[in-house]
Write a protein that binds this ligand. Structure first.
Ligand SMILES: O=C(O)CCC(=O)C(=O)O
Length: 329
């Protein structure tokens, strides 16, 4: 498809790229799905491979309980802003580790599944949602039995306007074009998504950059450049899920006046091994995942959660000290 790029400046127009069921409804949405396939999993995979992101309609995930998630998310955000939940993303820092002092404002809440979060089971229900896991397995290209638990965090409205610089999550800005390409040609070994609990237009990206090195214009641009050629804003309605390749060239642009509670998750595969370890373990999830009591979980999700957690714990043990991607930024 051809996207309607942003016109520059702050967020204005965007491409929408939504897979919606039943298939007949798809035609009424502009979409980045070029296939006539009626298999929504395959269509999602093709769109993600081609464009580097795909937006899935809320109707695909009928068991997400938005009201329960919003209630739990509000409680956590309040705890995070007041300093009683210590796992936070603080301004103006972009990458982990983040200081635990919320006095300059926060833009994220970490570790929704932490056993000391009174609502961790509410979030677990969405993280281990059977339909979500089916998509994740197809998007990664692995068997559901090989899925590895990774991260479940939340991105929230900052107290003052704030933005992230253009980046790829696991390729440094200093990488040469050759280094970028080498990394981009490797499989992602995970799927990453944003599930919006409120309408959200914070994620800005350049479709296709998950497959190519930066152009000279992208490489030489100001890190906070408001408009790069071809950029789009991913506009999500509450309940929609955007999967995106975390090495696509992207940034976050946050409006402090607009409520944002967007669940930000990732799930990997056993095949990832140490390739993926730093990106996940730098968030500190290895410190508490082992302490989870899966017996608290609903029976149908218990076995899945136990297996996925076990795989994460193994990753932690085999990787040792992974350090940080960009400690000082
Ligand atoms: O706010 C977003 O949706 C993007 C977040 C992001 O780019 C990041 O966490 O690296």
């Amino acid at each position: 498809m051809s996207f309607q790029p942003d016109k520059g400046g702050r967020i204005k127009e965007s491409a929408r790229a939504t897979i919606q069921l039943p298939a007949a409804e798809t035609a009424s949405h502009s979409s980045n799905i070029d296939t006539s396939s009626h298999d929504p999993y395959k269509a999602a995979r093709e769109a993600l491979d081609k464009n580097g992101f795909v937006v899935l309609s809320a109707s695909l995930f009928p068991s997400f309980d938005l009201e329960a998630l919003r209630t739990a998310a509000s409680r956590m955000t309040k705890a995070a802003r007041s300093g009683s939940w210590p796992y936070i993303r603080t301004l103006p820092k972009q990458f982990p580790p983040w200081p635990q002092d919320p006095s300059h404002g926060i833009w994220g809440v970490q570790h929704l599944l932490h056993p000391s979060n009174p609502d961790h089971l509410v979030f677990a229900k969405s993280y281990f949602d059977p339909e979500l896991l089916k998509y994740v397995a197809v998007l990664i290209g692995c068997d559901e039995d090989d899925l590895t638990m990774e991260l479940y965090n939340m991105l929230v409205r900052p107290d003052k306007d704030f933005s992230l610089r253009w980046h790829r999550d696991d390729i440094a800005a200093t990488a040469t074009a050759q280094e970028e390409l080498e990394r981009l040609q490797k499989p992602a070994f995970h799927a990453q998504w944003n599930l919006a609990l409120y309408d959200d237009s914070s994620l800005v990206l350049i479709p296709g950059t998950h497959k190519r090195a930066r152009t000279d214009a992208e490489r030489n641009a100001d890190p906070y450049e408001a408009h790069l050629p071809g950029q789009i804003t991913v506009k999500l309605k509450a309940g929609e899920v955007a999967f995106y390749n975390n090495n696509i060239l992207h940034r976050g642009v946050y409006d402090s006046t607009k409520e944002r509670m967007t669940l930000h998750g990732s799930i990997g595969t056993r095949a990832a091994g140490e390739e993926r370890a730093r990106n996940v373990l730098q968030h500190g999830v290895g410190e508490w995942a082992e302490k989870w009591d899966v017996n608290e979980f609903e029976p149908q999700m218990r076995e899945r959660a136990r297996k996925m957690r076990e795989s994460l714990v193994e990753l932690g043990k085999s990787s040792g000290d992974v350090g940080f991607f960009s400690k000082d930024e």
